[in-house]
Design a protein around this ligand. Structure first.
Ligand code: ZN
Length: 352
């Protein structure tokens, strides 16, 4: 899950502004390849107007993006191969690796047929807590809670706060307020209890249909056996590592390896930081991923890959295939590298 806020809107503006420049800029700012980031891939989203719609693309769009990239000379490779190519300074030509976070079931039912058509590998990052039900897809739960009521009561340690959710505009404000509450105000360790208390005190049932949006272990095992699929690690409980103590953060990064090994019979080689933005991953967390022995770790920072990333294999940027902007021209512009320094204060080699 990633932030859908201001950063993405600014990036979108830049992409529109620089689309015409992209072909000219490519020799100067272009990278050696890219890691694409997906979340949900479905033709029939349950909530088409969702505040989280940046996380959902149509399978037809995935098909169009891969076809266009292939036509422009990109080879679709496994993440292992992508890492080898980074280490080799990009020898072998332009490449792309596809990644998908959180193990949404539609990755299997709707994305996989597209990937099979193109022979394009994918790495799916799994957080066992989300699959076992020990952790929540809280960003979806918050939206459901706000949509279910015209007014909510937020029980905080300072007392109960009333939140107006009576109009579409108020609902957007309420979602932003509750996201801030859950990600900034309560401790990361208490986020789940706070979400559950919010639901309970407003008479809303949290479990049930939501679980079906993610794959179960049998499905993840079947995917792991597919020749195009690699399973990566996404922490135990999808926590913001930067908000945890060192011991808790290391547990999240290390123990997920053993949990995935127990379920799938193989240790994951690749890792994705939950949320992946600057307030969720910094130098300390990169060290944890390196210490845990992963071959690579990806953020959600925006950028193409450059040869210099060989020295930063645990802080690799990605290109988000964003549901709000499902246009091949938009992806082409981002892949040209022109938006990489624009979105990162002039930096060409984006790490953390
Ligand atoms: Zn995630």
């Amino acid at each position: 899950m990633i932030d859908g806020g201001e950063a993405i809107r600014k990036l979108a503006l830049n992409v529109v502004r620089y689309t015409g420049l992209a072909p000219l800029a490519k020799p100067f700012v272009g990278g050696i390849g890219a890691i694409l980031m997906l979340h949900r891939v479905t033709a029939t989203p349950e909530k088409p107007d969702s505040v989280n719609r940046h996380l959902t693309i149509a399978p037809e769009f995935l098909d169009a993006v891969i076809a266009d990239m292939k036509a422009n000379g990109y080879a679709f490779v496994t993440l292992d191969e992508a890492i080898e190519r980074v280490k080799a300074g990009g020898k072998g030509g332009q490449f792309a690796a596809i990644t998908a976070d959180d193990a949404y079931r539609d990755n299997m039912t709707e994305a996989l047929p597209v990937l099979e058509k193109h022979g394009a590998p994918v790495t799916i990052y799994v957080a066992p807590g989300l699959i076992n039900g020990a952790a929540d897809l809280w960003w979806e739960a918050v939206e459901d809670i706000v949509n279910a009521r015209d007014e909510l009561t937020l029980p905080t340690p300072q007392g109960r706060i009333k939140i107006d959710c009576s109009t579409p505009g108020k609902k957007l404000q309420a979602i932003a307020r509750l996201q801030a509450y859950l990600t900034l105000e309560v401790r990361e360790e208490d986020q789940r209890a706070a979400l559950r208390e919010l639901a309970r005190s407003n008479g809303i049932e949290l479990d049930g249909p939501r679980q079906s949006t993610l794959m179960n272990w049998d499905e993840i095992r079947a995917m792991a056996g597919h020749p195009l699929v690699t399973i990566g690690a996404h922490t135990v409980n999808h926590r913001n590592l930067k908000r945890l103590s060192e011991a808790d953060a290391r547990h999240e990064v290390d123990d997920v390896r053993r949990m995935l090994q127990a379920e799938l019979g193989e240790e994951p080689r690749h890792f994705a930081y939950p949320y992946g933005y600057a307030s969720a991953v910094g130098g300390r967390e990169v060290g944890f991923a390196r210490d845990a022995g992963y071959a690579s770790a990806v953020t959600t920072r925006h950028g193409v890959l450059r040869a210099e990333h060989a020295g930063f294999l645990h802080a690799l940027p990605r290109i988000s295939v964003n549901g709000r902007y499902q246009s091949v021209a938009y992806i082409r512009t981002m892949l040209s590298g022109v938006t990489t320094p624009l979105a990162n204060a002039g930096k060409m080699v984006v790490t953390i």
